[in-house]
Ligand binder design. Sequence first.
Ligand code: NAX
Length: 334
Amino acid sequence: MSHPITVTITGAGGQIGYALLFRIASGAMFGDTPVRLQLLEIPQGVKAAEGTALELQDSAFPLLAGVEVYDDAARAFDGANVALLVGARPRTAGMERGDLLEANGGIFGPQGKAINDHAADDVRVLVVGNPANTNALIAAAHAPDVPADRFTAMTRLDHNRALAQLSIALDTPVGGIRDVAIWGNHSATQYPDLAHATAAGDPVTGLLENRFEGADGAREWLVETFIPRVANRGAEIIEVRGASSAASAASAAVDHMRDWTAGTQAGWTSAGVVSDGSYGVPEGLVCSFPVESFDGAWHIVQGVERDAFAAARIEASVAELAEEREAVRALGLI
Ligand code: NAX
């Protein structure tokens, strides 16, 4: 049996943690490789995480090499090959954006430093906790010894939501859809892009024109229905379920890490990665792009054409990321 992968999960006692841990332990994230789980919680969350750890034991997963619960970041990130940063400070009523960024800076700065000081040399980090892109930026800024491209933010749930909405609209299987992309911030400003997508090999643009009776109908569906539905799906889930997305977020985290380590097989996916200046996105911002994974790293897909509408929407989302970076700079968080 190969050497276990050590996976640290923060916020492990929360609802995403509850959906995520069992999938990792079952092998969904890393195939046949055994996993050692290191759960980090704040003191109030430790009991819930310990309860989940007991249930993980009771599941008798053959691939689960061990599970420990910590309330100390240095110990929790010790030897981590993978760090899933799920725990974050949620926005509460009356909280300004600056307060939210500051509260999360107080979490992701020290966690970035603990990763820098204690994680394995090959550590890969996925930030799920919101505001995910800027939390990833803060964590990376506190980990100068870890290559910046090891820090990513999750937009895979947005990507999967886009695939699902397209699949429903065209009555075509999700598995045959390729080259959908999410650009920008994991927020309502994100731009879900179908311009280059295909379904069972056919360009989606043409399929949408057939489905919605011409180019105008297709455009209307795209602008009035598809984009807002995907961008605001999180709010829709809260309204219908009475709680925020959990299992779908966990599933997206599994997809993101599996593709990062094993490589993408079928065209593009989407991930928040540190910008290298591609598409005019300021260097260093953690921005969602169409990406592919090979040789154990994410690569931004180059040469994707964007029409004026797409370019303007992406620019607006990137501007929001740049504002968030300015705000955390002004607060001394990076
Ligand atoms: P929960 O409130 O159920 O769980 C969060 C857990 O994190 C709690 O148990 C809490 O004690 C713990 N925690 C808080 N601060 C911590 C710290 N400093 N160290 C370790 N643990 C800490 O939230 P849940 O529904 O699990 O969501 C977690 C995060 O995911 C939220 O920030 C949420 O906004 C974000 N999401 C991100 C998504 C994405 O696509 N990027 C989608 C789903 C989700 O909304």
